[in-house]
Design a protein around this ligand. Structure first.
Ligand code: ZN
Ligand code: ZN
Length: 146
């Protein structure tokens, strides 16, 4: 794998964002768009390339740069299943916005109960400025589908 023209992998901004529905990165770099890291076959310089974090073991140092905390997320398969519970005529970008930003935020607020998406969907009924009336409707709809 690898072998890109070296374009679009020197900045984090051009590597993403990740498109859940298409299950691939939407950046301009050819390696990243195939969900692979750059290699020695690519035209980019390894020291400037931002698409080699795993192969170059570019880990952050625990405690100095990273704090360890319990956190929840949604795997791609689950996220796709959740997207299918939203209205068919709703634009995919809006569906993703709801799942990635509203639902994941709500899940994070559940602490040790973060594994239960139904509790997060109930939390979306709380009156917070970040939750719109449409978010609340989508949460009800999604909970019915689970
Ligand atoms: Zn590459
Ligand atoms: Zn590269």
């Amino acid at each position: 794998m690898g072998g890109c023209d070296g374009q679009g992998c020197d900045k984090q901004e051009t590597l993403g964002p990740y498109d859940l529905a298409a299950t691939k990165w939407q950046g301009t770099n050819k390696c990243r768009s195939k969900n692979v890291e750059c290699t020695d076959l690519c035209k980019c310089e390894a020291v400037r390339c931002k698409n080699r974090a795993i192969s170059l073991a570019q880990n952050m140092q625990m405690k100095l740069e990273v704090k360890e905390e319990v956190s929840w997320g949604i795997d791609t398969a689950t996220a796709l299943n959740l997207l299918f519970l939203l209205p068919l005529d709703m634009p995919v970008a809006l569906k993703q916005e709801f799942v990635e930003h509203k639902l994941v935020f709500a899940i994070q607020q559940q602490g040790i109960d973060g594994f239960d998406i139904r509790k997060a969907l109930d939390f979306l009924q709380v009156d917070l400025p970040r939750f719109t009336p449409q978010d609340k409707e989508l949460a009800i709809l999604m909970k019915k589908g689970i």
